[in-house]
Design a protein around this ligand. Sequence first.
Ligand code: MV4
Length: 447
Amino acid sequence: MFKRILIANRGEIALRIMRACREMGIETVAIYSEADRGAQYLELADEAYCVGPARSNQSYLKIDRVISAAEVGNVQAIHPGFGFLSENAHFNDVCRQCKIDFIGPSPEAMRQLGDKNTAKQLARKAKVPCVPGSQGLIADEKEAAKIAAEIGYPVLIKATAGGGGRGMRVAANEPALVSAFSQARQEAEAAFGNPDVYMEKYVENPRHVEVQIIADHHGNAVHLWERDCSTQRRHQKIIEESPSPFLKPETRKALCDAAVRLVKEAGYTNAGTVEFIVDKDQNFYFIEVNARIQVEHPVTEMVTGIDLIKQQIRVAAGEPLPWKQDDIKPRGHAIECRINAEDPARNFQPCPGKITQMYVPGGYGVRFDSHAHAGYVVPAHYDSMIAKLIVHQNTRSEAIDSMKRALRELRIEGIKTTIPRLIEILDHQAFFNAEVDTRFIERTWPA
Ligand code: MV4
């Protein structure tokens, strides 16, 4: 087992990893930018090194500085968290060259699944349902028009190097296709340095259901059931829950088993998430793999009783998974609300600044993951999430009541937060009725 791990991240996920390591008797080396200097969570690491100024591309994203901190800190492994370098295959390669274990998949698996088109090819080989569309990348407008005519409009053009909703263009008909195709390629080249695109039939108003998986270095892979992340705004998840209130049991089993087939086909190791969209008739389609731990991992931890961060570290250290699929029996219902320093009354614009007062909820089945505290200055340089409020109860109805109670108790003064909007969503009949698809927020609260 590792003696020391560098945490190549900041904020609540850095704190989450420090806590897991502390309980495992593993020392931690934290990194921070000038904007995070003095943050209280850094005191919970055994050592902390400044890696540069506030801007991410001069600090948390600077591979040479992160590796230098790992060398100086004399660590055996690096946990990348989510965001930043967590899906950077080159960083993963550099860790390997420096003989520092990367707590995540191999660079090869990360590259193969990070490319959406090759990920779909793997999915087809693993008999995982994919959205009807092009067999591969599309060379030109002519081919695009031919395929669109075959699958029928509306179609979605997607950047193979994109993901998370970036680099997508809908075309409702042939005249719109030509401009959508060229815009998608231009945007993809600009954003990802790779203009290649593929095409899919556009699935109207889907739900977003993702499957947590974890695989070891001994050929074992299991799923830890699903999370429903349909409550999102502009591809930013707001509320996640498990189990999905929408899936029928047979759909749930087929979807989770498909996710395991895909990761086995890819030779994937460590934790990952297989993302699907599900249409109103329970047809599910593979969309992409997230080759990292995700923000919403606590939802799965609560219903399975598994500490995913500890399990990631054990898998990276070469340990076999301690369970077979049948041992993983989910219990109850968990909901997570992301608390962002944003102003719902001003189109969710980020609202950095000093938290003057903070009152954190508790009680039966309530978990609060946050690095924030009274006196903490929310920096303007990073994403606006400052806390995650998670509840776990026996039923969905009880979990909703518990979440509303906890949200009403939670006080974060001095800055605007998304708490009022979260309460409105949880109070909405459509949410209670599980009638939420990925367009629910924009339909109900048009910007
Ligand atoms: C889709 C889709 C509809 N049809 N693909 C791709 C990135 C992923 N995070 C969201 N993506 C979508 N792919 C087809 N063929 C709709 C979306 C989508 C979406 C999916 C899940 C959750 C939120 C979404 C918001 C907008 C679009």
